[in-house]
Design a protein around this ligand. Structure first.
Ligand SMILES: C[S@@+](CC[C@H](N)C(=O)[O-])C[C@H]1O[C@@H](n2cnc3c(N)ncnc32)[C@H](O)[C@@H]1O
Length: 259
């Protein structure tokens, strides 16, 4: 499987490379709710890791595949909440997204580059966030090896992916909304077991796996439910009842000394 080239996809008008992520992810109350829940998970994972590692107050952090910069904003919120100083870096291979990230987070050091060869020295970062990226990357093993290389031993990797390999995800992509299945640029459809296997295979020690929202097999119903407090509550209840059918997975892992 070859890697897509963002310039070619942008020129071809591929919406996956163009769509404004601030609008698609934070544009309504319901969407914002989902992202704010996610930020709370990042915050908690960072907090737990700091507790295990002597409450370091200055951290060098990379958002790998930062897109339009939504999580750069979230990470700054987590830093403020924990009274942390973070030296924040962002990387993406799509120049259009980087330009938006530059506007959203002008104080962050942003670089264009690929997950296959990160333009950073080994052991450079205390924390790496990679959210909803590796499902796009054909050679995920190589990308995970690169994320591990730039993380210092004992460093924290927060890896988020859609739980698209679950029954509900497959039902959506095959039967309910086959157009999504045909047009998505996702090349991996993770589940909790396949995600933890991939992380362990890359030498990470998985500390915690969180599940977010519920994978209702129709994106319209999903979006509508999250718009209303009661719908969002229902989705959380369904996730607790059927954790394997959560909408997303977030793993907190540490790079082992020999990782
Ligand atoms: C779905 S977006 C997620 C963006 C952001 N992490 C978030 O959670 O909002 C996926 C991002 O991964 C980037 N990406 C995909 N493959 C990449 C690669 N091989 N190297 C660097 N960035 C990549 C895309 O350009 C896109 O910005």
């Amino acid at each position: 499987m070859t890697q897509h080239h963002p310039d070619v996809e942008i020129a071809a008008g591929n919406p996956w490379y163009l769509a404004d992520q601030f609008c698609s992810q934070l544009g309504t109350r319901g969407r914002r709710r989902v992202i704010e829940d996610r930020w709370r998970v990042f915050d908690a994972m960072l907090h737990d890791w700091r507790e295990r590692h002597g409450h370091a107050r200055v951290l060098t952090v990379l958002d790998a595949g930062c897109g339009d910069g939504i999580n750069l904003v979230g990470l700054r919120g987590a830093a403020a909440h924990q009274d942390l100083l973070i030296n924040l870096f962002g990387l993406d291979y799509n120049p259009l997204r980087l330009a938006r990230a530059r506007r959203a987070a002008p104080q962050v050091r942003l670089q264009q580059g690929s997950l296959y060869s990160l333009p950073f020295a080994g052991d450079r970062f205390d924390v790496v966030l990679c959210n909803h990226v590796i499902e796009h990357v054909p050679d995920a093993t190589r990308a995970l090896a690169e994320l591990s290389r730039v993380l210092r031993p004992g460093g924290l990797l927060i890896l988020g992916v859609p739980n698209e390999g679950c029954l509900m995800g497959r039902a959506r992509n095959r039967f309910v909304q086959p157009r999504i299945g045909r047009t998505t640029d996702h090349v991996h459809f993770f589940t909790a077991p396949s995600l933890t296997d991939a992380l362990r295979g890359a030498g990470f020690c998985v500390q915690r796996l969180e599940r977010e929202t519920f994978f209702f097999p129709c994106s319209y119903v999903n979006a509508c439910c999250n718009e209303f407090g009661v719908g969002h509550w229902l989705m959380s209840g369904l996730r607790r009842l059927l954790p394997s059918q959560a909408g997303g997975l977030i793993a907190a892992s540490e790079k082992t000394a020999n990782g």
